[in-house]
Design a protein around this ligand. Structure first.
Ligand code: NAD
Length: 261
């Protein structure tokens, strides 16, 4: 399930002052990949999780000079796979300091045409997946003295989007989950936040209709979708010490139309 793609060799003890071990789900593409590149530039150790084995292997090879990187092929909806991948990370890297949940799927389907299987799959990846990775990472973070969790939600979880009831419900769920877990985990040294981007130019939005994209673009003050590398700095801030300390259980919204773009 996992492979170490560097010669530098993980295994050093997790440290709050040295390089952090950062787990990123959905790291093969888009926002997750940009976040991985940003943490690699900080010299952190990375564990890339995705169901796209070739995608994370390619990214790991690209980042190998900058960081200690391991790749873990995992379906984020599968509890056993997620638990095993997190255990591999802790064993191979010696701990786990930061978890970024970026795995996600999106389809545009009016409710009247929504197949229950489509609803269930979206909730499974976009909400259950966040639950599972947090569920299995949290005890290791607590045992290691603390950590940071950053969940990638969406503006659609706050505003809703037509043709996206399933996705909007899942992302609203991620925001509620984040706030609840923040209360539960902060006293144990783990700070939990969400980032809620507006539309970002990634393969995820390829499936949206031209009408949907045109209407969305017209709402954005800068007149364009965000770029993955514009999301990463907010995630780095929330993972930073002490920069992220003031934000606990918050939902920040880069490129949201409300906040920055
Ligand atoms: P993307 O399609 O580029 O990347 C998503 C990644 O998740 C892919 O690598 C994919 O293989 C992985 N993934 C999907 N299902 C998985 C599963 N079952 N198990 C493991 N991995 C799985 O999309 P993106 O735009 O980078 O999206 C990243 C996150 O940002 C998602 O949670 C998405 O909902 C959120 N988001 C995206 C936008 C946007 O406009 N692109 C806006 C707001 C929020």
């Amino acid at each position: 399930m996992s492979s170490n793609s560097t010669g530098t060799g993980p295994g050093a003890a997790s440290s709050r002052t040295g390089p952090r071990t950062v787990v990123i789900t959905g790291a093969a593409s888009g926002i997750g990949a940009a976040i991985a590149e940003a943490f690699a530039a900080e010299g952190d150790r990375l564990a890339l999780l995705d169901r796209d084995a070739r995608g994370i292997a390619a990214l790991a090879a690209r980042l190998a000079d900058a960081a200690a990187v391991t790749s873990h092929t995992v379906d984020i909806t599968d509890a056993d796979q997620v638990r095993a991948a997190i255990e591999d990370v802790v064993r191979e890297h010696g701990g786990l300091d930061v978890l970024v949940n970026s795995a996600g799927i999106l389809t545009e389907v009016p409710l009247a045409e929504m197949d229950p299987a489509t609803w269930d799959e979206t909730i499974a990846v976009d909400l259950r997946g966040v639950f599972l990775s947090c569920r299995h990472a949290l005890p290791h973070m607590v045992a290691g003295g603390g950590g940071r969790i950053i969940n990638i939600a969406s503006q659609l979880g706050q505003k809703g989007g037509e043709g996206l009831t399933h996705y909007s419900a899942a992302k609203a769920g991620v925001i509620g989950f984040t706030k609840a877990l923040a209360r539960e985990a902060a006293p144990r040294g783990v700070l939990v936040n969400a980032v809620a981007p507006g539309p970002v130019e990634t393969p995820l939005v390829d499936g949206l209709s031209p009408d949907w994209k045109r209407a969305k673009q017209a709402e954005l003050p800068l007149g364009r979708f965000g770029r993955p590398e514009e999301i990463a700095p907010t995630v780095l801030l929330l993972a930073s010490d002490p920069g992220g300390n003031l934000y606990v259980g918050q939902t920040l919204g880069p490129n949201s139309g409300d906040v920055m773009l």
